[in-house]
Design a protein around this ligand. Structure first.
Ligand code: ADP
Ligand code: MG
Length: 353
């Protein structure tokens, strides 16, 4: 089927929405650049029931977020929350706002789930469908964490293969989709589409310092401004190879892996403290481990023990994600093929050791 025909058919049949179609519900979040509500559609006799939706009323960055969501819809829909439509709403009192609509995926972000004392067991039935026939313990926790991390890396690989760097990967921006029983990525407000040069210059102030990789700029300072779209499209695969901007997200994902393994690093304050310690160790996780392990609390010891299972394969993956130099970090695709996710691979690895 011809791509142009498809695009044409979509233009005619894809539903569009207006302000008057939307009935505001509960507020779900409020950031510096927008407010998010749970909403439903005003009953239209002709439309079938759409279920619950989510609306973001966004400021100036809403335009970028609509662009990114449209790209994701076409190229890697399963990576992110299901996007319906975005438009400029200029009749509001506060001036123009961008309104973005998604399907309501579910009530819990990974941040909500990680806050529970039960984590990761509270996620077990959600993602695996049933309780594992295994005693509670490190092996079982590790299996759940593995599944969450695999789903997150899978979603990220989709974005990166599309040429999108998210730049704000954190547990608050990972939602559990009750429909597909998988974790999906949300909040493309700080994302960059490197293939066409959209939002090419990183907006540093959009980055969350708790989960940011140490590099200040995602592209090196030798590529300081956005070339025109066609030039960028031709150049960006080369620039991508040179700068590996996707590895910014990998660092953030590594910190999520770390927080899943170490219950004591799940609060903001403990993560900030960890970041300070890691910086003092020149971002060398092995050096960090050496500095904390001798006087480790029971909680820290438990995290190391989990990562040390199966010959330390989890620790190996973690240390290949959280590294100072972007080019030394593993890619999402390579991480998915890492023996941490593959029991047969473990045997090969221990044999090789
Ligand atoms: P912000 O810019 O405020 O961080 P987000 O896009 O991250 O905006 O959304 C804020 C919150 O709204 C999320 O943390 C999540 O709890 C909820 N949310 C966003 N999108 C969805 C969705 N598709 N389904 C369910 N909840 C969502
Ligand atoms: Mg967010």
């Amino acid at each position: 089927f011809d791509m142009f025909v498809l695009a044409f058919v979509e233009r005619i049949f894809r539903p569009t929405y207006r302000k008057d179609d939307i009935v505001l519900g509960k507020k779900l979040g409020e950031g510096a650049f927008g407010v998010v509500y749970r909403v439903s559609l005003a009953k239209k006799p002709s439309s079938k029931k759409e279920g619950d939706l989510v609306l973001k009323k966004a400021t100036e960055y809403g335009a970028v977020e609509i662009w990114m969501n449209e790209r994701v819809r076409r190229a890697c829909a399963s990576s992110c929350a299901d996007f319906l439509y975005g438009f400029l709403e200029s009749s509001s009192k506060k001036g123009s706002e961008y309104w973005l609509l998604w399907r309501y995926e579910g009530e819990a972000t990974l941040a909500d789930l990680m806050q529970s004392k039960e984590f990761p067991y509270n996620v077990e039935t959600m993602i695996l469908g049933e309780v594992q026939n295994m005693p509670k313990g490190l092996d079982r926790e590790n299996k759940i964490i593995q599944t969450i991390l695999r789903q997150l890396l899978f979603a990220l690989d989709g974005l990166h293969s599309t040429g999108i760097v998210h730049r704000d990967i954190k547990p608050q921006n990972v939602i559990f989709s009750e429909g597909s029983r998988t974790f999906k990525i949300i909040d493309l407000g700080a994302a960059a589409d490197l293939r066409v040069g959209i939002n090419y210059i990183p907006k540093e102030f959009l980055l969350d310092p708790r989960y940011s990789a140490p590099e200040q700029y995602i592209m090196s300072t030798q590529t300081p401004s956005a070339p025109s779209a066609p030039v960028a499209a031709a150049l960006s695969p080369v620039l991508w190879q040179m700068n590996l901007p996707d590895r910014f997200d990998i660092y953030s994902t590594g910190l999520i892996f770390l927080q899943m393994a170490f219950p004591g690093l799940r609060t903001d304050s403990s993560l900030i403290q960890f970041n300070r310690q890691l910086k003092r160790c020149d971002y060398d996780l092995v050096a960090w481990r050496k500095s904390v392990e001798p006087r480790a609390t029971a909680d820290l010891r438990k995290g190391f023990e989990l990562l040390d299972l199966d010959g330390g394969i989890g620790w190996e993956l973690l240390t290949s994600m959280v590294r100072y130099k972007a080019r030394q970090r593993i890619s999402a695709k390579a991480a998915l093929a890492h023996p941490y996710f593959d029991r047969e691979g473990l045997l090969v690895l221990s044999f090789m050791q």
